[in-house]
Design a protein around this ligand. Structure first.
Ligand code: BGP
Length: 489
């Protein structure tokens, strides 16, 4: 049957489908603001330290008086979303990816009854999108879990979190079942495999390491519970509306061997396995063999029941959402020049063939095609590029214009490779939503200066600015790209 469908749809297989989801992506805590409005509770993102100048961000014990947290008011999307969606419409968006702030629905995370004001906000937001024919694409958990779940339960190291997440997921699936079709469970769920950089484990799992704790074991435990919660949500979602498409969301950064030395090749292969086993849990519904052996060898005690393994099998995702910004290169001979303070297992080196952004992210459009093929060979399910883009400092000219040709160049080259992956390699791709389609607070730094948008927002790191929105050159460019179905780049 599958073959038959493939043959019948052949005409569409090798080009972007007519209903291709062009759009843009954001996350609630990075643009909404209104952090205490509508009975919203405090999320981990609301109490994170600043990460300017490469300092690692941490979850603090509450809000420090006198500190400024840009995400508390962010770009005020909470109040200005109607005008912003109008701008998205002007660009021709077919979809809009955002997240539901868990703390708007369950302010502390462990309540039984949801907060009606929060539910109403997203009703209005989705209605506004649908009014213009824009499909909402919704992430359930995007680095913004309730802070109370961290202080009271220790974050995702606690099995109880599964119930709280499932309650949250069920509530919003029920409420928006006729408004939202595309969902993702956890944003960049695999970031935490890089647990030695604390930021990823704080944001993904709300884990504040305790003295003497085996953080690796905690990471495996938290990730396991998240995978179970995700699998349960997939099953429940499909019951609530069989039309739902519920995806995984992984951070895709391909890891290349530095040379053809077989030692480099093995090291890069291992690094890929290490970063993507959470994809295996969500797409294949099972643990890879090497990981089970690794955990046993290191005497890591993971609470993992046979029933859990059945849940994983029964709750595999419909598609694979992923972010793509850059590639990494790995050497078995030690990192001569370290690119990031990173898990030493990966020993990253600079790739001499690739330029880098101002933040040191190595720009690699062909890596996108490579990554899509790698994932397709492994998973054979539809893909969705839900983040891609260039973070840069933009300059506003005297007449108010913003000439961001560097951003256009970045996106153009990535779209070219995305099209080759579809047209030449036959990969089924659902859509493309560049990150931060409107300027917002950076997740890595917690600041405004690293901008991704087609739409400029007048606000700086010191909270100065009018919040006025203006169209960058990339705005007009992307509008044409969508209009021409990606043929005019
Ligand atoms: C991804 C996150 C986003 C986003 C993006 C850019 O990891 O899913 O939330 O912020 O990266 O990162 P940054 O904001 O650090 O430039």
């Amino acid at each position: 049957k599958c073959k038959e469908e493939y043959r019948l749809n052949r005409e569409n297989v090798y080009k972007l489908p007519q209903d291709f989801l062009w759009g843009g992506a954001v996350a609630a805590h990075q643009l909404e603001g209104g952090w205490r409005e509508g009975n919203k509770g405090i999320s981990v993102a609301d109490v994170m330290t600043n990460g300017a100048n490469g300092v690692e961000r941490k979850i603090t014990e509450g809000v420090v008086a006198g500190e400024y947290y840009p995400n508390h008011d962010a770009i005020d999307f909470y109040h200005q979303y109607k005008a912003d969606i109008k701008l998205f419409t002007e660009m021709g968006f077919k979809c809009f990816r955002t997240s539901i702030a868990w703390t708007r629905i369950f302010p502390k995370g462990d309540e039984k009854e949801p907060n009606e004001e929060g539910l109403k906000f997203y009703d209005d937001l989705f209605d506004e999108c649908l009014k213009y024919g824009i499909e909402p694409v919704i992430t359930l958990s995007h680095f913004e879990m309730p802070y109370h779940l961290v202080t009271e339960y220790g974050g995702w190291r606690n099995r109880k979190l599964i119930d709280y997440f499932v309650n949250f997921a069920t509530t919003v699936f029920e409420r928006y079942k006729d408004k939202v079709k595309y969902w993702m469970t956890f944003n960049e769920i695999n970031n935490q495999t890089d647990y030695k950089r604390g930021f990823s484990i704080f944001t993904n799992s709300g884990i504040i390491p305790k003295d003497g704790e085996n953080v690796e074991e905690t990471m495996f435990q938290a990730a396991h519970y998240e995978a179970i919660a995700s699998a349960l949500a997939v099953q429940i979602g499909h019951k609530i509306n069989p039309e739902f498409k519920i995806g995984a969301m992984i951070a895709m950064v391909p890891l290349y061997p530095a040379t053809s030395d077989p030692k480099d090749i093995l090291k890069a292969q291992r690094a890929m396995q290490w970063r993507y086993w959470l994809g295996d849990l969500q797409v294949l519904g099972k643990y890879p063999e090497w990981l089970l052996r690794y955990q046993a060898e290191h005497h890591l005690e993971i609470d993992r029941t046979l029933e859990d393994l059945d849940v994983l099998q029964a709750g595999t995702v419909d598609y694979l959402g992923f972010s793509y910004y850059m590639s990494f290169t790995v050497s078995a001979h030690g990192a001569a020049e370290t690119v990031f303070a990173y898990d030493e297992m990966e020993d990253l080196v600079r790739n001499e063939y690739l330029p880098a952004s101002d933040w040191g992210w190595q720009i690699d459009p062909e890596g996108l095609r490579y990554a899509m093929n790698w994932m397709n060979d492994r998973y054979h399910i539809p893909q969705f590029i839900v983040e891609n883009g260039l973070g840069a400092i933009d300059k506003v000219e005297e007449d108010g214009s913003i000439h961001d040709e560097y951003r256009i160049d970045y996106l153009k080259k990535h779209i070219e490779q995305m099209k080759l992956a579809v047209e030449k390699d036959g990969i089924e791709l659902m859509g493309y939503t560049p990150w931060g389609c409107i300027d917002l607070v950076s997740a890595g730094s917690g600041q405004m200066d690293k901008r991704y948008g087609f739409i400029y927002v007048d606000k700086n790191d010191k909270a100065e600015g009018t919040l006025k929105r203006s169209r960058k050159d990339s705005f007009y460019w992307y509008k044409k790209v969508i209009e021409s179905q990606g043929t005019q780049l």
